[in-house]
Write a protein that binds this ligand. Structure first.
Ligand code: CAA
Length: 420
């Protein structure tokens, strides 16, 4: 079993347009503070029908290969995690393989379990490498989604779109995963789902938050048990969760990360042999610590606040945002990650930030990707949302990005903007 496995590099892709969240609030007659302070949002990515889960995944994966000069011959597995695929049978991953002209000699498939699908792909890839079956080859895992609830719904300000591509290998420059420590928790619940044939998700919003928190508790406690056994953390003068330099959460909206962090702290405070808080009320109060949230969570949310929910990619956007800002300071330190997918499945895992993370992230240049976007009015956002999904506008793709050009005889044709 190889123990040095993880994420070597990453790249992101976002739609070309976004709407300012305060503009949306005003158009809906809502106090903007509800969306900014209440949900933690700033901007929301708006995908048009030419920007589907395939084009976003292909753009992110192409950017990953180009930016980090990856030789396609070293890739033995391509997995796309998505819950907004474009076909009931043909995977998004096979489109990406074709668009990027990747070799035939690889395993290619999609993974699906709502927002957990990308993590399922990451674990399949890293365990394939750790087992030795990869025989030195690497994997690409892409998380790509369009989060869509519809106009004038409670979920509307928590939409978004984008993709994150991860290069997974035995050279984890960004994050060496703690193989074997992961904790999982899953349950059969109807908190969020998308019946066949529907573009918009159906969601029981407040119940979905409770399901997330319940699943988090189970997954974190399972990880903590493994981490205590391996003496990665301990009960001592600080709580086990406090011994992680940062904790990243699945981010359907930024405020959810704060709720999640409170819940994780509550797990530690409830279970500690000598809890610093004796009563349930005192534990609740201590769990809400603003200082702990600011120190361990807040810095990871900058990209999520500017893009919105990206379902499978949300956790990995938080990773990209964190490493973009803090990779030098975090070199050699352990962080925790919580993945959640409705339905539901969750996994808590951990890893150590690599020494070359700052160098890798400088190449990924997140600022440039976001700076290329155009702010649109709420009227224009509504026009885009009402476009038929199968008749994309004839827009030229930006340099280095892919767009759906047309669907003819149920076959999708994509075009690529020449890389500058
Ligand atoms: N100023 C400041 N804050 C305000 C405010 C104001 N004027 N008005 C309201 N708020 C606060 C509220 O107090 C609340 O904060 P707390 O949760 O901390 O109490 C927050 O703003 C939201 O207000 P509401 O709960 O009243 O909002 P809502 O009922 O309209 O909808 C939502 C919120 C349920 C999250 C809804 O946006 C939704 O359904 N979103 C989609 C589902 C979702 O994201 N679920 C998350 C868990 S499931 C998951 O994670 C998988 C996934 O990706 C979908």
């Amino acid at each position: 079993m190889k123990r040095h496995v993880g994420i070597e590099a990453l790249a992101i892709a976002v739609p070309r347009r976004y709407v300012d969240i305060e503009d949306l609030a005003r158009a809906r007659g809502v106090d903007p503070a509800k969306y900014t302070a209440g949900l933690g949002a700033r901007e929301m990515a708006v995908a048009d029908p030419g920007e589907d889960s395939v084009s976003l995944a292909a753009t992110a994966a192409a950017r990953l290969l180009r930016t980090h000069q990856v030789d396609p011959a070293r890739i033995g597995m391509l997995v796309v995690g998505t819950e907004t695929g474009v076909d009931h049978s043909k995977p998004v991953a096979s489109h990406v393989q074709g668009l990027l002209k990747l070799p035939r000699t690889m395993r290619v498939y999609d993974t699906q379990h709502a927002c957990y699908g990308g993590t399922a792909g990451l674990m399949a890839a890293s365990e394939w490498i750790a087992s030795g079956a990869a025989a030195g080859r690497s994997a690409i895992v892409v998380c790509s989604d369009i989060a869509r609830y519809g106009l004038n719904t409670a979920g509307e300000p928590t939409q978004g779109a984008g993709a994150v591509a991860l290069l997974v290998s035995e050279q984890p420059d960004l994050l060496a995963l703690d193989v074997g420590l992961n904790g999982s928790c899953s349950m059969d619940v109807y908190d969020f789902w998308r019946p066949l044939g529907r573009r918009e998700a159906v969601v029981d919003g407040h119940y979905s938050i409770q399901c997330y928190l319940d699943a988090l508790s189970g997954a974190y406690r399972a990880w903590r048990q493994n981490a205590l056994t391996r003496e990665v953390v301990r009960w001592g003068s600080t709580l086990p969760g406090d011994q992680l330099a940062r904790i990243l959460y699945h981010v359907p909206f930024c405020k959810m990360a704060r709720k999640a962090h409170t819940q994780l702290r509550l797990c530690d405070l409830e279970d500690a042999p000598n809890s610093p808080a004796a009563t349930p009320e005192a534990r609740e109060e201590l769990a809400k610590s603003a200082a702990s949230y600011e120190a361990q969570v807040a810095s990871s949310l900058t990209l999520n606040a500017r893009i919105g929910n990206v379902y499978t990619a949300s956790l990995y956007l938080a990773l990209a945002g964190l490493l973009h800002k803090e990779s030098a300071a975090l070199s050699g330190q352990r962080i925790g990650l919580l993945s959640y997918g409705s339905g539901c499945a969750s996994e808590f895992f951990s890893g150590v930030v690599g020494e070359k993370a700052a160098w890798r992230m400088a190449q990924a240049d997140m600022e440039a990707v976001l700076a290329g976007r155009e702010r649109v009015s709420v009227q224009e956002y509504e026009r885009i949302m009402n476009l038929p999904y199968d008749a994309p506008e004839a827009l030229a793709p930006a340099a280095g990005t892919f767009r759906l050009a047309e669907i003819r005889d149920h076959k999708r044709r994509y075009v690529e903007g020449a890389a500058s």
